[in-house]
Ligand binder design. Structure first.
Ligand SMILES: C[S@@+](CC[C@H](N)C(=O)[O-])C[C@H]1O[C@@H](n2cnc3c(N)ncnc32)[C@H](O)[C@@H]1O
Length: 193
């Protein structure tokens, strides 16, 4: 692959189609960026916050194609802002095949819990999607836990807490490149490469 990973990510963002369905567009971009990260070196895929698995089921075939795995961390506590109560069962049903084949591993807990964060710290992730808690402190903690990931992706940048955490994380990671531009069509997410 030619060019730096940051250039490749920018190119993916600038050339990805925009259907008007922001979440669908985001997932399409994440899969492309995750593939670029997989092509750039070793490491697995991490999704913090998976809800009903709409992104997980896209990441699993990609991981399989590259001989890697996906780890999902989510406490699925209902009722919270995102979780109504049916999502965990739906997630487990639709990911059964991926889990049984060892492509997908699931931790049902908060990513900030010290014993869980310790497990997330160790591997160098190719791509880490930070899409769990919306609290600034939690998002910053998640980012610093997985700071060695070649690509960190922060979703929901319209939320002030997430935006603040992204900006703080970037300052704490000298030498890394931040990719976020609220004037363009992919303004919903930000990347640290
Ligand atoms: C926006 S949804 C995730 C959407 C999913 N990534 C997708 O693309 O469909 C947020 C998820 O984060 C989870 N979550 C909330 N607090 C969390 C925490 N402290 N650690 C990990 N996940 C958390 C919620 O249970 C919920 O399932």
């Amino acid at each position: 692959m030619n060019g730096s990973l940051a250039d490749i990510v920018r190119q993916i963002l600038d050339t990805s189609p925009r259907t008007g369905d922001t979440k669908l567009d985001r997932r399409t971009r994440w899969v492309k960026v995750a593939e670029a990260a997989l092509q750039s070196g070793p490491g697995d895929l991490l999704e913090i916050g998976a809800l009903a698995g709409d992104t997980t089921v896209l990441l699993c075939p990609l991981a399989e194609q590259y001989g890697r795995t996906v780890l999902v961390v989510d406490p699925w506590i209902a009722p919270t802002h995102d979780v109504a109560g049916w999502e965990y069962d739906a997630f487990m049903r639709r990911t059964e095949d991926w889990r049984s084949r060892g492509i997908l591993n699931v931790i049902k807990d908060k990513s900030q819990k010290p014993s869980i964060a310790d497990r997330l710290k160790e591997p160098v992730w190719a791509f880490a999607l930070i899409d769990g808690s919306h609290e600034r402190a939690d998002v910053l903690e998640d980012a610093m836990t997985v700071h060695a990931a070649r690509v960190l992706c922060f979703d929901d940048m319209d939320r002030p807490g997430i935006r603040a955490a992204y900006n703080e994380a970037l300052l704490l990671m000298p030498g890394r490149v931040g990719i976020f531009d609220e004037s363009v069509g992919w303004k919903w997410e930000a990347y640290i490469v």
